[in-house]
Design a protein around this ligand. Structure first.
Ligand code: ADP
Ligand code: MG
Length: 600
């Protein structure tokens, strides 16, 4: 490992201590304002601030669902209702003995957690608006049950909210309870947001197929997030019941649900600070413009329209001044294949992926028609053929997206299941896409770190609480991602938002992300499309070097020069069938291939 000494820049080194302070400054200021507010001894302001904290406890959790995972959960007020009634009814002794209000609050959180998962389940099957409708429907049901179940909820007459005893008794004591819980909610969700789980959520939102190829399991992750958001909504509900001192079903309005949702949208997706400010603004605004209260729904809608039209990225985008700085115009991608041994680690180079008599048709179209193919460690295997000959479909079968109608697929003799794309990462099968699939709103470094998601050891809870294993994971992932970026020659763009990159650079970002798996098999779908001649030459060197470390490379390409330069074996497809297979020399002189595909 002689390369071990070559310098790889790290993000930490470039950001420095001031950068850290800058990132935390807004929070420190918000925290100080909250801590010192009681000094003003203005109980009206205190109540407004308390309300904002309570809403934020709910919105912070909902932010992971809406802002990070991109799920349109518009009826989340139902969690507030559930938590409020659970806490109030238990504390008032409407169900058995009177509970200690703090225990009742925890029960409210548990109730929210259970129903968060139940309401979230349809998100695994339903798309956007249909899911939004189910959350709204559930909110209506909860209100109706609250009206009807008079013994427990007091029906239309209502029930008193809990009064929390020492040390958080009504007034400033209760204010501090809400402040502490809001701070805790911020800290926990910020930890999630900046962990591999948060990046995975954003990947599911913006590049679901790529997320699966990186081994991210959408159902498991979404359920964790719905559970957390439900629990936080339930806790917020218990606090809300205490703030209101008396709750009736009409305290939980549709407008409130809209407030939570819009607060997150105007704050900006995938940010914590933005939605926190958004929620604060929406809570405080109607209070200071009292005559406007009855117009609040209209105001929210107008504000949302304004934000969507003027700053689609929301408040977070306004604050993200770093990404408005110009980046160097004439950039060059200079890969460093010498780093590959460190990126890929030890490869035995004996991987063997075998496709046997694979057949797959879409309706009447035979996309693959009895295909045999072997991809070996240490070799570049070229897959060429005219458009529509089944190349991408072959990749999709190997990476587990499609289930063929016949045939088998093995890696080192073991059968691979189909239609389980997120399990391929465990076999270290990585890929890139014909159209690059990256998370435009995340930085280049974060995009590459997504590729190593499965290498983390810390659980969701460990990340939420920033425990040691989480911090080790993050450090290792960041180092590995910087190394992968240096290898493909993009380390200087690590901190830049991916949607500011050129098309050719995105292709190399995808390769860096795929390298994060330390792949035994790497599949590249037309990686040279859209690259300049010089870039193609460098890409070729990089691909060849990857195979020489021991990885099996399957290369789908149209650039004949690249194929014949770097491939050890070539398979030519036509109409889903093998037209020819052999060494580059054999293919180049194959009469049918030349006449049908390569041209004279
Ligand atoms: P290539 O990558 O070689 O250009 P593809 O593998 O993308 O070709 O496509 C092979 C054939 O299968 C084409 O006729 C294409 O239209 C068809 N096909 C691919 N994917 C689908 C799909 N999801 N649904 C229907 N037809 C498809
Ligand atoms: Mg294709």
């Amino acid at each position: 490992m002689t390369e071990a000494t070559s310098p790889i820049p790290t993000r930490a080194a470039s950001a420095g201590r001031l950068g850290w302070l800058e990132g935390k400054l807004s929070w420190i200021m918000l925290g100080l304002a909250g801590l010192l507010l009681p000094l003003l001894d203005d109980s009206y302001m205190g109540t407004i601030a308390t309300r904002a904290y309570i809403y934020w406890v709910l919105s912070a959790g909902l932010n992971l669902v809406v802002g990070y995972a991109g799920q349109i959960a518009i009826g989340w007020v139902s969690m507030l209702t559930l938590g409020a009634y659970t806490t109030a009814a238990l504390a008032a002794g409407r169900v058995g003995a009177e509970w200690n209000p703090y225990l009742a609050l925890i029960a409210g959180g548990a109730m929210g957690a259970v129903f968060g998962v139940i309401v979230g389940l349809p998100a695994l099957r339903l798309r956007t608006f249909y899911f939004a409708m189910t959350t709204l429907g559930f909110a209506t049901i909860v209100t109706q049950v609250a009206l009807a179940w008079k013994d427990v909820t007091g029906g239309g007459v209502g029930t008193p909210g809990p009064v929390f005893p020492w040390p958080f008794d009504p007034g400033w004591g209760f204010y501090y309870l809400c402040f502490i819980l809001a701070a805790l909610a911020t800290w926990m969700t910020a930890n999630i947001g900046s962990s591999r789980y948060g990046r995975a959520l954003v990947a599911i939102r913006d590049a679901e197929v790529a997320a699966e190829a990186c081994g991210i399991s959408k159902p498991a992750l979404l359920m964790m997030v719905f559970l957390l958001a439900g629990a936080m909504g339930g806790i917020a509900g218990g606090l809300f019941a205490s703030l209101q001192s008396y709750i009736t079903p009409d305290a939980f309005t549709f407008e409130m649900s809209v407030l939570f949702f819009i607060g997150i949208l105007i704050g900006g997706r995938g940010s914590i600070l933005g939605p926190a400010l958004g929620t604060l603004i929406l809570t405080v605004l109607p209070e200071f413009a009292a005559p406007l209260v009855q117009w609040s729904t209209f105001l929210y809608a107008a504000l949302l329209l304004l934000i969507v039209l003027v700053i689609p990225g929301g408040i977070a985008d306004l604050l993200d001044y770093k990404n408005r700085r110009p980046i160097e115009q004439h950039r060059e991608i200079v890969p460093r294949p010498d780093l590959l041994a460190r990126v890929l680690g030890r490869q035995d180079g004996r991987t063997l992926i075998a496709l046997k008599a694979i057949a797959l048709h879409f309706g009447g179209v035979k996309a693959i028609d009895g295909l045999d193919l072997e991809i070996r460690g240490g070799e570049v295997h070229g897959l060429i053929g005219p458009n529509g000959s089944g190349k991408t479909t072959t990749l999709n079968v190997v990476s587990g997206y499609y289930k063929p109608h016949a045939g088998a697929l093995t890696i080192d003799g073991a059968n691979l299941a189909f239609e389980q794309p997120h399990l391929r990462a465990l076999h270290r099968i990585a890929r890139t896409f014909q159209t690059p699939r990256v998370v435009g709103a995340a930085s280049v470094l974060e995009n590459v770190m997504i590729g190593g998601t499965v290498h983390g050891h810390g659980t969701f809870t460990e990340s939420m609480l920033s425990l040691p294993r989480h911090r080790l994971d993050e450090k290792a992932l960041e180092e590995a991602a910087m190394l992968a970026l240096s290898t493909v020659g993009l380390e200087s763009l690590a901190a830049v938002r991916a949607d500011r990159l050129q098309h050719s650079e995105l292709r190399f970002v995808e390769i860096a992300r795929a390298l994060m798996l330390r792949p035994a098999c790497l599949m590249l779908d037309e990686p040279a499309a859209g690259l300049s001649a010089e870039e193609i030459r460098r890409l070729g060197g990089l691909i060849k070097a990857i195979s020489r470390v021991g990885t099996a490379v399957l290369l789908v390409e149209h650039h004949a020069d690249l194929i014949f330069d770097i491939c050890d074996r070539v398979t030519v497809l036509n109409l889903g069938k093998v037209l020819a297979a052999g060494t580059p020399e054999e293919i180049r002189s194959h009469r049918e291939v030349v006449s049908a595909y390569l041209g004279a």
